[in-house]
Write a protein of this length. Structure first.
Lengths: 430, 430
């Protein structure tokens, strides 16, 4: 009878936990210094919160459960619906802009693949109640700040962005029916992930008209990696409408904001970025490793209607999510996990040498711990050689060897240098 | 359409989150300095892990779910089964003693009451692979260390302990059948929580013999708060058997260890402490507020058979769990939540005064944030008075007012004192 963890979930042994904590702590520290405040929601919600946001088909992608009263619940697959629910509940009491972040544990009932697990952590950074592109750009800036803090540079990562608002207007001008737009968006989002024939089939199902299909493909091709967005509109055989011009102005403001925030060199316009979820309304973006061998590191954008869809007033919102799984793969590939996150380490291991008692050991251990030093000792009274072995196994930096009468020696376990001192001197240096 | 969180769960708005984080960070810091390493397990496990440990009746107290393959899963109601599973999986590779801690999010499908929610955080500290009472005592020492760190003192909290091993021997001597012992333990654990008649009925159901019932009650009464444990055995009309003597010796060793660790004054023997769960084998304990108006703050003990029950070798183990809910109530009651955990605070709020541009603001903001200072600014270019309002609302300690030509003033928002300086001087002081 050997028990195992559920497929697609992870056990975090201390070696794994230190690496995870290094990522989570970096996310938290960077969020805070950028002026964001942390929140969290319960691990499960009433199912209807998720179906109200994403339609009934979402239920099959969730871990569903029921409470004792038979009400349907689900483990959160993302935190944005909970965020919207929480903000709606206090919408008049919360001063705007609301700049919040969270690092939720999320679960999705999907088949585990590389970079995609059933349980993961996801950093979420959102600005609610602010219409300006400065808010969108600042969210990206926070994401880049964290990635830079972890050692990733322009050569390693790229932020690809586009405008859902512009794409919607282009589709309308190509005579795509309003109710077909979500299906087109979903097809476009899959484009880079499926074979060309599969994409063509998806697109044809969403848009039966061949001319419209061709226009969409031309718009995408001309806009891929290009900075002349108007040219991509013309490439699709269209002229710039007033609504398109408005979307272009917002894109221009967004670009200026990226420059003001000093991250323009990380960011590139790319019509291929669409985001699968239906609720995005403006600028959308994804962050990739430059080699693009991996799934997106992060994705986000503006979702100005979601709070209203979930029963609140119309309040603009923008933000992103960044998971720990793809990021973890990239950081390992690049060798960026620091040594301190890789191995456990004690500051001190206290050993009872000749004439010292367990009582002496416990006193020194308590003093060092109270001084905040990571300290341990052997439960067994055994030969000092065995205790040194334990100290080394635990990665202790220094061993404290107690002698009779309160004298002690401190040994640096890396250099081997040893120094006699009193307890008072030890504590002064600790 | 107003969505709500599930009954018995909590939303953590930033004000709540700061308080929670203060508790979680204290637990983590204290664990680490006492030489424990952090681990975590998935939020759900295959249901049979929990039923193997606690019997099939546990399923009704869990949030159950199924994966796509129809396998039964459950959200973890405690982390100990996952800990045992993880240790068993690498039992020969892990050097002992294994000193691990975790701060899992746990869920139980019960009716919410004061101090008892459906979702909560629980600090777990365990030592695996160590037989000595020093390990049991050190776990308690870590718990007390954290409670002291939060400001609780001897007058506020008490650790009540007893010995399951001794109680088992007493029950055997009173002719209680081996297979009735778990039911007796469960009844004894409920004793302080139900009316006397209800306890009497539970006990009578577990032990039909009236003399045995009387003996149990006498043993409990004589041992409540008393330090003369042998007297409580005699009070039950029994003589001390060899097995009882062995349990008494271990209790004595445990007491000595509490003294060595400097926490004897926090601890008191009390036969009333039994712990409901079937898997405890030795010393057991619970930590209470001295007024005992609340449920236990923490509970734990030795469980030397669990790893074997879950498919591993026989490895001794001891540890405790401390939830955040009862602790949170006590800390609020005592006024111990520090001001820093109560209100958000920015270090700097950067304002564009006369002649300064958004570009100037963004430059200074980026410099301060890069220096690790918690810094924010207004997305809107508006009157400085409005920006000061926002700075105050965000609890900023200082406002930086930019002027044309790179000059600036720093205003202490508490004292009102204002000082002119350059960006370089600002950064030197930041």
């Amino acid at each position: 009878m050997a028990f195992q963890n559920v497929k697609g979930t992870r056990d975090f042994y201390p070696d794994d936990m230190r690496k995870l904590n290094w990522v989570l702590e970096t996310w938290r520290r960077v969020s805070v210094r950028n002026g964001f405040e942390e929140y969290d929601s319960p691990i499960f919600e009433y199912l209807d919160l998720f179906t109200a946001k994403s339609g009934p088909e979402i239920a099959s992608q969730l871990f569903n459960l029921t409470d004792r009263g038979g009400r349907q619940l689900a483990i959160r697959p993302e935190i944005t619906p909970s965020l919207a629910r929480m903000v709606n509940a206090k919408v008049n009491a919360l001063p705007r802009p609301i700049k919040w972040f969270s690092i939720p544990r999320l679960c999705r009932a999907e088949n585990p693949q590389k970079g995609r697990l059933r349980e993961f952590f996801q950093w979420n950074v959102d600005v609610i109640g602010e219409d300006s592109e400065l808010a969108d750009a600042e969210c990206i800036c926070v994401a880049v700040d964290a990635l830079r803090e972890m050692g990733l540079r322009e050569k390693d990562i790229v932020v690809l962005y586009s405008s859902r608002a512009l794409l919607s207007e282009v589709l309308k001008s190509l005579q795509v029916a309003e109710d077909a737009i979500p299906a087109v968006m979903a097809a476009l989002d899959k484009r880079a992930k499926v074979p060309p024939e599969a994409f063509a089939a998806m697109l044809a199902e969403a848009v039966p008209d061949a001319a419209a299909q061709a226009g969409i493909v031309k718009f995408l091709e001309a806009g891929k990696g290009g900075q002349d967005i108007e040219a991509s509109i013309r490439a699709a055989g269209l002229t710039v409408t007033d609504a398109m011009a408005a979307a272009l102005t917002r894109l221009e403001e967004f670009r200026k904001a990226l420059g003001l925030l000093g991250i323009a060199e990380y960011c590139r316009y790319d019509t291929g970025i669409v985001r699968g979820l239906a609720y995005y309304t403006g600028i959308v973006y994804e962050i990739f490793d430059q080699a693009q061998g991996l799934r997106a590191l992060a994705g986000g954008g503006r979702y100005d209607n979601l709070l209203q869809v979930l029963g609140g007033p119309k309040v603009s919102a923008t933000g992103f999510g960044m998971g720990d799984v793809v990021l973890g793969i990239l950081l390992e590939e690049k060798g960026l996990i620091p040594a301190t996150a890789k191995s456990a380490a004690l500051d001190y291991f206290v050993i009872d040498g000749e004439g010292a008692t367990l009582e002496d050991v416990m006193k020194v251990v308590a003093l060092l711990r109270t001084a905040g030093r990571v300290t341990d000792f052997s439960y067994k009274r055994q030969a000092t050689g065995k205790q040194f072995q334990q100290a080394n196994r635990r990665g202790a930096r220094k061993a404290v060897i107690l002698r009779a009468g309160g004298q002690l020696a401190v040994k640096d376990l890396a250099s081997g240098a040893q120094k006699e001192m009193t307890v008072e001197e030890l504590l002064k240096g600790a």
